[in-house]
Every structure is written in structure tokens, then in C-alpha cells.
Design a protein around this ligand. Structure first.
Ligand code: KG4
Ligand code: ZN
Length: 306
């Protein structure tokens, strides 16, 4: 990812996408109540594009604007489903940049229970996929490949599985994939064996990562005494993770909630929804003051109750 190129791409796409979305929804820009935009965390250049488009539109249309935390968008996205969870719940946020367990008591009431000490789960998917010669984003590709893998072929390490806290560490797992790929000497074997070996490694990787995520979710529910678990972020689209969590939920008697698949990976609806939730609780949450700053680093538990 080249930040500067990503920002330029955002500039080119923002207005046409906005027009297309309004047209699809059958409303005019003047009909919206407020404009929500992602204020952080993330790449500064891309955040600046979104913020400047949103605040300029707000000024031009005389609409209030509100800056939303990207992870709050993910966290609240399961509430867009037809059978949404009630507060309080434990949320596992698993995206390309974050792996966190949070206790969620309401909009703006987030307590960090544990997080990754190094790579995020999605990052581990993407880096391991690259080592296996798969494209970006690696998550869906490695997940599909793993379906054909033999679970007994490679037993990869389960980092921090027994750490007795709710933190994660995934960089060692990626290194384990690298070591296996190197040691297998994939250069002198036929294509068919190579494909099977890649599938086996993918399977070993997914099984290890899913084992750790599920164990920590179960531990977080036990620690908080809560019975509702919400999964959010791109990795939440993963079918193996969903199957393992559903299994654990049936055995340990808790309920697990997922966003609709289209709201798992990054999307604008979750930001609009988080904005709407904040406005519903506090109509003063949006402002008519159109200068803006972005927050590339912004811990979620710094968000205030609205
Ligand atoms: O939430 P997201 O769209 O963007 C961030 O905020 O980071 O998450 C993107 C991440 C990528 O690392 C991608 O590989 C991963 O989510 N991902 C998946 C799947 N779909 C997306 N990982 C595993 N299995 C999937 N099906
Ligand atoms: Zn995201």
C-alpha cells in the first residue's frame, strides 16, 4: 500500500461514489440530516481526503458534520443486522490493523480487555498469504485454500494460548509459516504436490489462528460474565472462524453475533450508522463548525460517552 497513491485514488473516487450512493438510495444530498466521516485511526492522507470532502459538503449544504472512530463503526456494525445484539456484550475486533477484545456497555462505552502485542489477525492472514504466493487481501484466499488442506499435516504454534490474559501475538505464527515454506523446498516438486502443500500450510495457519481467537473470546466472556459475543472487522468474514465460534457457542452456552457479510470489511454504512447512533443519543453530537483535524492514532477507549 502506497499511502500517497491511496489518497489520490480516494480523491478521484469520493465524489462519483457519493453521487452513485445517493442515486441508489433515491435521495438528494440536501435530504440528509448530517454527514458522518471517518476521523481516525488510519493513514493520515486518506483520512484527510474523507474529512475534507465531508466538511466541505457540510459547509456547502449547510448540514452538521461528525467525525467517527473507524473501529466504533466496526464495533456497532452488527447492530445493522436483522437480529441485533443488546448491550452489554464482548466484542472481538479483528481487522487488518487491529485485534482487540472490548467490553461494550453502550455507544461510546468501551473498555479494552486485551489486544495484540504485534501483528493484527488480518495482517497475519495477509503476510502469510503473501508467503504462499497468494494476492492481497490474503484473508479470503488463504481461507479458501485451507479448505483443501490436511489439518494433520502441519501443527503450527498457538501464540499466547495459555498466557492467562486476553492479549494476542501473531507475528510468531507468520514466522512459523515462513519457516515451513522455506524448509519444504517447494522449488523441486511437481505443481500438484506444491498446491497440496500450500493448502496444508494454509490449513495449519488458519487452524492455529482460529484456535487462539476462539479461546480468548471464551476467556473474555468468562472474565466479564457476559453471554453475548459480537464479531466485527474484516477477519469476521472468515468461514473457519465463524464455524469454530458457533461450535464453542453451542458448547459453552453463549450467543455469537456477526455483521452481515457486506458490513464485515470496511464500508461506509457502518460509519453512517455510528453517526446516526450518536446523533440519536445526543442531537448536539454533530457540529456546524467545518474546520477539521484527523487522528491517525486514536485509542478506541478514549472515546467519550455521548
Ligand atoms: O476491517 P477490514 O476490511 O479493514 C481494516 O480496517 O483493516 O479488514 C481487512 C482485513 C484484511 O487483512 C483481510 O485479509 C481480512 O480482513 N479478511 C479476511 C477475510 N476477509 C477479509 N481474513 C480472513 N478470512 C476472510 N474471509
Ligand atoms: Zn476496518
Amino acid at each position: 500500500m502506497v499511502p500517497e497513491l491511496a489518497s489520490r485514488d480516494h480523491i478521484r473516487r469520493a465524489i462519483p461514489l457519493l453521487e452513485q450512493t445517493l442515486q441508489g438510495a433515491g435521495i438528494a444530498a440536501k435530504d440528509v440530516d448530517a454527514i458522518a466521516y471517518t476521523q481516525g485511526p488510519g493513514l493520515a492522507g486518506a483520512l484527510l481526503v474523507g474529512s475534507s470532502v465531508a466538511c466541505s459538503l457540510g459547509l456547502a449544504l449547510d448540514k452538521p458534520v461528525l467525525g467517527i472512530h473507524h473501529l466504533e463503526g466496526h464495533l456497532l456494525s452488527p447492530l445493522l443486522a436483522s437480529d441485533p445484539p443488546e448491550f452489554p456484550f464482548v466484542a472481538l475486533l479483528v481487522s487488518g490493523g487491529h485485534t482487540q477484545l472490548m467490553r461494550v456497555d453502550g455507544v461510546g462505552q468501551y473498555e479494552l480487555l486485551g489486544e495484540t502485542l504485534d501483528d493484527a489477525a488480518g495482517e497475519a492472514f495477509d503476510k502469510s498469504a503473501k508467503l504462499l504466493g497468494l494476492g492481497y487481501p490474503g484473508g479470503p484466499a488463504i481461507s479458501r485454500l485451507a479448505e483443501f488442506g490436511d489439518p494433520a499435516a502441519y501443527k503450527l504454534p498457538r501464540p499466547m494460548l495459555h498466557s492467562k490474559d486476553l492479549n494476542f501475538s501473531f507475528s510468531g505464527l507468520k514466522t512459523a509459516v515462513l519457516t515451513v515454506v522455506k524448509n519444504q523446498g517447494m522449488t523441486n516438486i511437481c505443481e500438484q504436490s506444491k498446491d497440496q502443500m500450500r493448502a496444508n500450510i494454509a490449513r495449519g495457519f488458519v487452524d492455529a489462528l482460529v484456535d487462539v481467537l476462539v479461546a480468548k473470546c471464551v476467556a473474555a466472556l468468562k472474565q466479564t460474565g457476559l453471554k453475548r459475543l459480537v464479531i466485527a472487522g474484516g477477519v469476521g468474514a472468515n468461514s473457519q472462524l465463524r464455524a469454530a465460534l458457533n461450535d464453542a457457542a453451542a458448547k459453552k452456552r453463549f450467543r455469537v453475533y456477526y455483521p452481515e457479510l457486506e458490513f464485515c470489511t470496511d464500508n461506509g454504512a457502518m460509519i453512517a450508522f455510528a453517526g446516526a447512533m450518536r446523533l440519536r443519543i445526543n442531537p448536539e453530537a454533530a457540529r456546524r463548525e467545518y474546520s477539521f483535524n484527523v487522528r491517525p492514532r486514536w485509542p478506541l477507549d478514549e472515546l467519550k460517552v455521548v
